[in-house]
Ligand binder design. Structure first.
Ligand code: PLP
Ligand code: COI
Length: 342
């Protein structure tokens, strides 16, 4: 199949571009129906659907990559399937079986094959599975009907800088999640809760916010829509916290750090420890690795600087190159992270 010729793949930003098909499956009468293929961008929904009123909505984000061999590889699909199951349980929705998730994702990618960006452009196909309560309720209770949907869209880097260091701002005035809340699930409400603080950071010229733990504001939580990591003494250090999303990219970087002979620590990270890091970064499917150049703390007027002459640090660079080489099929997939979609 031919790749779309009209796109400027190298300069693609992270946004929605229409593709041709999406896959859908409805949960009614206590079970999942058949997977359907749709070419509509719209969802017919009852005005009293629980997703609209009570936030019964969860989503996922994963990517497909075109290799030098022209084959299409999807990264760690099974982990995203598992995380969507946790999110569904967390907000009382029907659980999508892994087989259904796999079929819906691989079918959506295959049907939109020509939108998978060419090898070597830095762009990829972003896959967005979505699970929403469609059943009508007026009392606060879970729906009995749900829709599971997968759409895809070609994307470039999430932060316009790409693999270049960004500046971020500590956010003490807002929390994206509560200490015992839904931060560890990928549910819509967490993102709604982050919008005001993100807009504030953008207005002040920062790429994103650095959230501290919502209970004490003592520990680092995460960096906007991405996890946070630091490097020091040949060790990859990343926060463990109940209010952050367990990132699949972070999990992969921890494995790659071990493969590179480093130590890994996943533990609470006090904000006061941050200045001692040699390198810091944000990581996620959309963000990949985004090195952090400066962390500005508006409450103390302190500025913490990282990176060598504004360039990404050596460990972040090594990890980034390793991750994208595996995803594109340039390096062997030693951990079984890839599934072919073609
Ligand atoms: N943290 C948040 C809040 C996110 O939205 C994401 C994106 O999915 C991540 C972290 C990174 O997770 P992953 O690497 O699985 O994409
Ligand atoms: C991702 O990295 O997949 C995300 O979901 C981040 C953001 C677009 C919500």
């Amino acid at each position: 199949m031919k790749i779309m010729e009209s796109y400027d793949w190298k300069n693609l930003s992270f946004g929605y571009l229409k593709t041709e098909y999406n896959t859908r499956c409805n949960f009614t009468n206590g079970r999942w129906g058949e997977l359907e293929i749709s070419s509509s961008e719209y969802i017919p929904m009852h005005m009293a659907a629980t997703s609209l009123h009570y936030g019964q909505a969860a989503f996922e984000g994963l990517k497909a990559f075109r290799g030098k061999d022209n084959r299409i590889r999807v990264f760690r699909l099974n982990e995203n399937a598992r995380r969507l199951q946790h999110s569904a349980i967390g907000i009382k929705m029907a659980v999508v079986p892994e087989d259904l998730f796999r079929k819906a994702v691989l079918t959506a990618v295959k049907l939109n094959e020509k939108y998978v960006p060419p090898y070597g452009t830095g762009a990829s196909l972003y896959i967005r599975p979505l699970l929403v309560g469609t059943g009508a309720e007026v009392g606060v209770k879970p729906a009995k009907e749900f829709l599971f949907l997968v759409f895809v869209t070609p994307v470039g880097p999430y932060f316009k800088e790409g693999f270049k260091p960004v500046d971020i701002m500590v956010c003490r005035g807002y929390d994206r999640a509560a200490p015992l809340g839904t931060g560890r699930y990928k549910v819509g409400g967490n993102y709604a809760a982050s919008l005001e603080s993100l807009e504030l950071a953008h207005q002040k010229g920062f790429s994103t916010t650095l959230y501290l733990d919502p209970k004490e504001k003592k520990y680092v939580d995460e960096a906007g829509p991405a996890n946070f990591f630091g490097v020091k003494n040949n060790t990859y250090i990343t926060p463990s916290s109940n209010s952050i999303l367990p990132s699949i990219t972070n999990m992969s970087l921890q494995q790659l750090s071990i493969d590179l002979g480093m130590k890994v620590e996943c533990r609470p990270v006090e904000f006061d420890e941050v200045p001692s890091f040699e390198e810091v970064g944000a990581c996620g499917t959309a963000a990949v690795i985004t090195p952090i150049r400066k962390i500005i703390d508006p409450d103390t007027n302190k500025i913490y600087e990282f990176c060598c002459d504004g360039k990404p640090g050596p460990v972040s660079t090594k990890l980034y190159n390793k991750l994208i080489s595996i995803q594109c099929g340039d390096e062997p997939d030693l951990h079984g992270w890839l599934e072919f979609a073609d």
